[in-house]
Design a protein around this ligand. Structure first.
Ligand code: BG6
Length: 515
């Protein structure tokens, strides 16, 4: 087969088959994430023959759960959440290698049982195993888990060999700069940086990985990707769902911590960073950190501030009436938590000086969509300037992360006919049409990469701190003004008027992402 005809994924597969024999230990095993994402991701890796031949799964949690019951829960979660139907043959293999260990997170007793279980698996297969700890517990016990893993020697198992232990840490990684630094310091006491995998599941999404390919494997975009041609960049991560049953967690967090500090900032840094010198993890992460460091301090106080926060009022979603945030269960009467945040950022570097980057994320918005829109400058001249005849839009490249993943280019075109009339049209590439619709879930890629030791799609310690450095002053400012600078938007809308204002001040308009 010529290299031109080879399907690129084959290279990925052959690399991925190199996962060493592994035990994955999930802390927080009875939680939602385990059920919805982690167990289905592991099963789907098994289905694709990407798990090592010696693979074991141990659930760890406070609640005592008999092994059979845990296996049944895992089975049920596959039936409900796996992207592909359950193949009983694969499940039986996984089931036989799955068990549960219970114990308090902050006491050595459970960790002793865990160690014994890992030792017995090693005896069974007659060789050393890599252990990958996946911490998916509430943040309040992160530190306890990491410290206990250090104290009982599990963190330093096989250190200095290819089977050294690894730790995967779920978000939220801290709640501000200070706590993120403290968390990094605790983890670094017990694990080396190359053993640590901080997750942001957006980096596991196909379209987010494709961003690097779009930018750096094509020569037509790069010459335009700068202040000479780009008018502004808009990054939208909107959801139509409300907080649902997560009110208790969400009210401690809010849109800025829950979405902007992590997922949206990741999209921003991949969009705006300089080309890395190579595709190795450190080169890419160096460029991302450099970009975050170039973001200018924000103007916080209005009018003309760079930040807007808001929460949803009641409204209609899919024609159904939905309650306001303050009416959702678990939300305290004196809550001052935002469900929407918008930021206008300036990047002080050679490439982006003077180009505003608008970021927004919110719950209960008009549609669920994550997209990056690069809006180009309008052409000079007055050839097509009569607004009655010429319907024109700025050229915009839209990278749609989800749903309906793809890339489109908005251009202006003449409507066929004897008069010269124009309208914007879209050139569309859709993953579904080109590659089919069953793409791997983000967690499949991330769990596999962590097992193999590829940290490209994980957040480095300094990166998470750089991003907290940008958002912490906003959190402090909002805290100081209580509910005073809290706008409201109708559920089912595209956000508050104050956010429109943010864009209008620079003669820009937020996009209304269509279906
Ligand atoms: C999580 C947030 O990190 O991302 C949730 O905590 C949010 O509030 C979710 O709903 C969105 O993820 P996705 O993959 O559905 O866009």
């Amino acid at each position: 087969m010529s290299s031109e005809n080879r399907h690129p994924f084959l290279d990925g597969l052959s690399k991925h088959r190199g996962a060493p024999p592994t035990v994955v230990v999930i802390f927080g095993a009875s939680g939602d994430l385990t059920k919805r994402k982690l167990v289905p991701a592991i099963y789907n890796l098994g289905l694709d023959n990407l798990l090592p031949s010696d693979f074991f799964l141990i659930g760890f949690g406070r609640k005592p759960i008999p092994n059979d019951e845990f296996r049944q829960l895992a089975h049920d979660s596959l039936v409900e959440f796996s992207r592909r139907d359950l193949d009983e043959k694969i499940w039986k293999r996984l089931e036989a290698n799955t068990c549960y260990v219970d114990g308090p997170y902050d006491d050595s007793a459970g960790y002793k049982k865990l160690k014994d279980q890992i030792d017995s698996y090693e005896k069974e297969v007659g060789r050393d195993l890599q252990v990958m700890f996946y911490i998916s517990t509430p943040p309040s016990v992160f530190t306890a888990v990491v410290s206990e893993l250090g104290a009982c020697g599990l963190a330093s198992r096989n250190i200095g060999t290819p089977l050294a232990s690894k730790v995967v840490v779920e978000k939220p990684f801290g709640k501000d700069l200070e706590s993120a630094r403290a968390l990094n310091a605790t983890i670094n006491q017990h694990f080396e940086e190359n053993q640590i995998y901080r997750i942001d599941h957006y980096l596991g999404k196909e379209t987010v990985q494709d961003l690097l390919v779009q930018r750096f494997a094509n020569s037509i975009f790069e010459p335009l990707w700068n202040r000479n041609f780009v008018e502004c960049v808009q990054i939208t991560v909107s959801e139509d769902l409300g907080v649902g049953s997560r009110g208790g967690y969400y009210d401690q967090s809010g849109a800025l911590r829950d979405m902007i500090q992590n997922h949206t900032m990741q999209l921003l840094s991949l969009t705006a960073m300089e080309p890395p010198v190579s595709l190795d993890p450190e080169s890419i992460r160096d460029e991302k950190v450099k970009l975050l460091k170039a973001i200018q301090p924000l103007e916080l106080s209005s009018p003309k501030g760079d930040v807007v926060r808001a929460r949803y009022g009641e409204g209609l979603i899919d024609g159904n009436k939905v309650p306001a945030y303050m009416e959702e269960s678990g939300i305290p009467e004196d809550s001052s938590t935002e469900t929407y945040a918008a930021l206008r950022l300036s990047i002080n570097n050679w490439r982006w000086e003077g180009v505003p980057f608008y970021l927004r994320s919110g719950k209960r918005m008009a549609r669920r969509v994550s997209e990056i829109a690069i809006q180009f400058k309008t052409p000079p001249g007055i050839l097509f300037s009569s607004s009655n005849v010429f319907d024109l839009s700025p050229n915009t490249m839209v990278i749609q992360i989800q749903p309906d993943e793809g890339v489109s280019l908005v251009m202006n075109s003449k409507i066929p006919g004897l008069e010269t009339r124009t309208q914007p049209v879209r050139m569309n590439f859709r993953y579904k049409t080109t590659y089919g619709s069953n793409t791997p879930e983000a967690y499949e890629r991330l769990i596999l990469d962590a097992m193999i030791g590829d940290s490209t799609l994980f957040i480095r310690g300094d990166e998470t701190e750089a991003s907290w450095k940008i958002v912490t002053p906003i959190l402090e400012f909002w805290k100081s003004c209580g509910n005073q600078c809290m706008a409201e938007y109708q559920s089912g809308s595209w956000g508050p008027l104050e956010a429109d204002q943010l864009a209008w001040e620079n003669n820009h308009h937020w996009r209304k992402p269509g279906p």
